[in-house]
Write a protein that binds this ligand. Structure first.
Ligand SMILES: *Cc1c(COP(=O)(O)O)cnc(C)c1O
Length: 229
């Protein structure tokens, strides 16, 4: 099941990329394994997939003990400052930095670990009251501040658009994230002039790729229905 899902997803990503004139290598699949046992991750690794997304620090820390060298973990959940040290230790990227204080806390732990870490800023692109992420109009000044922290390598932006009934309704939100990222890149705040965009999930990744996603975060379409918490 996992092997078949991964290979058909990768074919689909390649097809969509070609259709919109993009290189498929610039679109990375983050396999979201939250709430699944580590065995499903090991199965994906067996089929050559090494990049995973996790939402809960304790769960991710427990699973990370069993992952081989070379497995990459993106932290994609809401991150509390008191969990920053663990997140810094186990992640190859934190996609959900949404406030300056968290950036400073991460930087301090990373100095002790002597580790540089790729991060994204999570943007609450539609300014939904209950959602994490910084408001779009404050993203640039947060980027300016984070870009000065030596152990953080700010690579781009991440978002979760509002839940919609059709994927097409997410398009303007994805487009707005890209426009915001272009503005921030223009100011020189992204590490190495990169511009990563983490957007799109099982239901709307096609639209996200058309709008420039470089990371798509897919759970259900790879691993099936998630077990309850
Ligand atoms: C759970 C989750 C996903 C994956 O969602 P699916 O609909 O299962 O593909 C992606 N991003 C974030 C932030 C998530 O929490």
């Amino acid at each position: 099941m996992i092997e078949k899902n991964l290979s058909s997803l990768k074919e689909e990503i390649t097809a969509i990329a070609h259709r919109c004139g993009r290189a498929a290598e610039n679109i990375q699949l983050v396999a979201v394994s939250k709430r699944f046992p580590v065995e499903v991750m090991l199965e994906a690794i067996k089929y050559g997939h090494n990049l995973f997304g996790e939402n809960y620090i304790q769960e991710a820390t427990d699973k990370s003990q069993y992952l081989p060298q070379g497995a990459e973990l993106h932290f994609i959940g809401h991150l509390q400052s008191n969990k920053a040290r663990l997140a810094a230790e186990i992640s190859t990227m934190i996609e959900t930095v949404d406030r300056a204080k968290l950036g400073h806390t991460l930087n301090r732990h990373l100095e002790k670990l002597n580790k540089k870490l790729d991060i994204l800023i999570q943007v609450n692109i539609a300014k939904e009251p209950q959602k994490s992420g910084i408001a779009p109009e404050h993203a640039e000044s947060l980027a300016a501040e984070l870009s000065r922290l030596p152990m953080l390598q700010l690579k781009g932006l991440m978002t979760m658009p509002p839940l919609t009934t059709t994927p097409e309704e997410a398009r303007p939100h994805f487009r707005n994230l890209r426009l915001l990222a272009e503005q921030i890149r223009g100011k020189g705040y992204f590490h190495d002039d990169s511009m990563e965009l983490s957007m799109g999930m099982s239901s709307d990744f096609k639209v996200a790729i058309e709008e420039g996603a470089t990371y798509i975060r897919i759970g259900t379409a790879i691993f099936g229905q998630r077990p309850p918490r």
